[in-house]
Design a protein around this ligand. Sequence first.
Ligand code: BG6
Length: 473
Amino acid sequence: MTSTDTPYPPGFLWGGATAANQVEGAYDEGGKGLSIQDVMPRGLMAPPTDGPTPDNLKLAGIDFYHRYADDIALFAEMGFGVYRFSIAWSRIFPRGDEAEPNEEGLAFYDRVLDECEKHGIEPLVTISHYETPLHLAQTLDGWVSREMVDHYARYARTLFERYGSRVRYWLTFNEINSVLHAPLLSGGILTPKDQLAPTDLYQAIHHELVASALATKIAREVAPDAQIGCMLIAMPTYPMTPAPADALAVMHADHLNLAFGDVHCRGEYPGYLLRHLREIGVELDITDEDRATLRHTVDFVSFSYYMSVCETADPELRQAGAGNIMGGVPNPTLPASEWGWQIDPVGLRVVMNQFWDRWRKPLFIVENGLGAKDELVEVDGVPTVVDDYRIAYLNDHLVQVGEALRDGVEVLGYTTWGCIDCVSASTAQMSKRYGFVYVDRHDDGSGTLARHRKKSFGWYREVIRTNGGSLVG
Ligand code: BG6
């Protein structure tokens, strides 16, 4: 492929993504309150602690709070046209229930936006990325409570009023469909998952969906140029065998994921979800006002893509996949990362076509990447990582994005996950690295925090420079 026959359209937004809780650190600076992440030192691997503990790598993160200007300059050096970051809710409303925001927190993101603007980088802001204020989790059990809708709406309104003229692209909730599987991470729900009644879980989901639509409604009023997107985990599901029962198992699994996009794009609950709720005996409290709010649909659909899975109706073939929070059965034909996430570039094209065919909204791929153990070496006296495995992973996925573009799918842009190494969401490790930039910090908390360009840094710069023309496929 040469730059003249690239399928990527002019103006395609290339960049990278991070989340506040995984990079910022400074967990108690600038008036910030605690978030659920400050008591999750093992991510999803162990229950939360009573308070912040020294072994929680997220408390210091990669010190983006103090180094944001240098880090954004590195993104600019790669040619980023877009940088996706999240705002830490507990920096703006430290407990979550205050009437007035914390000015110091707001001012921090003004400075981040200043840096983006200085380099001509378009910001893409996630309003809530797995970082519910801890106080709201402790006092309300997170999104189980309807009160969360008001707290979130006040927070979203504050952001739109403050940054609405500077930020065009907004995401309401990171991976909103993950709440089914990770209620604390995604819903701020402290009740352990195995003790959570289905009615409470689905009511929490309903509250998040209403809050998401309410954010869209508020944005239309106070930030008319804003483009609002939902954000989903995209996980194409294949039947394990050709048995019709397996096709049905795929349909059911798909429905539970796609329902979130259906509500965001169509403005109402799909019939199959209402049936599912009836069958599991869940009666939701849905008001007429909720129904009216849900009518405020999104402008675009964003998603993360890491893996596909299989489904089957055969209990003997059903075994959980390693490291996969969303369930599903491992695919015997696919390789996996060191953390058991199965690698399937073609699945990205499949899911992009599925989303486009279903919703006809522009797509934004806001996470994709390979978590791997990197080794820092010296090449010509310069510390670096020779991450050919990451280059191969990203190349192969981007070739499939190109195929989807040729299929006619409309795509706004692509941001790799963890464009700079950060603390993992699922395992809370530093050693699960995704970045183009190596950060000298380790699982035991040691390290200088120095930044080093990996081999993939130059590779991605070339991909961006050629608008995908340098991809090999
Ligand atoms: C997504 C999240 O699930 O995947 C990110 O939105 C997360 O926050 C990313 O970091 C990769 O997952 P992990 O567990 O490898 O960090």
